[in-house]
Design a protein around this ligand. Structure first.
Ligand code: AMP
Length: 288
């Protein structure tokens, strides 16, 4: 069955009305250009058993002035077909004026976790992300919301926002879905030329190489990943690295060399004009 498409807040509330009494609401926020990664999130949401709500909204507030807001892919008809196939009940696809009738003066401050890693490279990004997610949570009022591990910092910040602001939404995380060659699936991959894509594979290769050394400790993980990235920096076209970081998954603080426990190895960089991020969760210092 085709999902109900809501373009306004009123249409969304109407679409959710009777559905809310029929079971839990599981919510998947997206920016559209849906792919197999989004599909995995929808499948997880479906497994919760009630109504699945997907939002498709390219949120201007999370893009910097020189970023790709205008050229971000918009593929609504294909997105809707995927939602129908995944058993989504409601698609909320508002125009920017619906979400932001006026520039918001009150926004969500992500705190110190919002100014490291992606937040360091993209100032203001996470204030935009958390503000729109808070607005969407208030509109949809879901029981659970599903996010991808692909955006590890976003996931950590959303968990923290929900806890710190008592939002009462259960957050579920889905592992990163990858192409057969390891490249993390992203709506931005379509920007890559064949040679750029070859260089881009270094991100996933560096993470895999780092993860193999996890039992040997943080220094070994960083060194191994760095070697792969250094190589890619001299490729044609080159990888322009923004950061490589091995961090605590909850606090995003760099782990020190004696650390044992869960960590995320995160990497970001540019190939040509395309910016890519990837990460790999791992257990540091646990013998093989
Ligand atoms: P986006 O449309 O890029 O804002 O992403 C919407 C949601 O899909 C976020 O929770 C992302 O983390 C998640 N996502 C994007 N790509 C992937 C992927 N390759 N695997 C798993 N989740 C993903």
């Amino acid at each position: 069955m085709n999902p109900t498409v809501a373009r306004t807040k009123e249409e969304l509330l109407r679409a959710l009305g009777e559905r809310r009494s029929r079971g839990p609401i599981a919510f998947v926020p997206t920016m559209g250009a849906l792919h197999a990664g989004h599909r995995a999130l929808m499948d997880r949401a479906r497994s919760i058993g009630g109504t699945v709500v997907v939002s498709i909204f390219v949120n201007p507030m999370q893009f910097g002035p020189n970023e790709d807001f205008k050229r971000y892919p918009r593929t609504f008809d294909d997105d809707l077909a995927m939602c129908a196939d995944a058993g989504v009940g409601v698609v909320f696809a508002p125009a920017p004026e619906v979400m932001y009738p006026a520039r918001p003066l009150v926004t969500v401050d992500p705190g110190p976790m919002g100014s490291v890693l992606e937040g360091h490279v993209r100032p203001g990004h996470f204030a935009g992300v958390l503000t729109v997610v808070a607005k969407l949570f208030n509109l949809v009022r879901p029981d659970a919301a599903v996010f991808g591990q692909k955006d590890a910092q976003q996931l950590a910040l959303i968990r923290r926002m929900v806890a710190d602001l008592d939002m009462g939404v259960r957050i579920e995380a889905v592992p990163t879905v990858r192409e057969p060659d390891g490249l993390a699936i992203s709506s931005r991959n379509r920007y890559l030329s064949p040679t750029e894509r070859t260089t881009a594979l270094a991100l996933a290769r560096a993470l895999a190489a780092g993860a193999r050394r996890a039992p040997d400790g943080a220094a070994a993980v960083r060194k191994e990943a760095r070697t792969v990235l250094d190589d890619a920096a001299t490729a044609d076209p080159p990888l322009l690295l923004d950061y490589l970081a091995l961090v605590n998954p909850d606090t995003l603080a760099e782990v020190d060399e004696s650390y044992r426990g869960p960590a995320v190895l995160a990497v970001a960089g540019r190939v040509g004009t395309t910016r890519l991020i990837d990460n790999e969760p791992m257990e540091i210092g646990v013998p093989r």
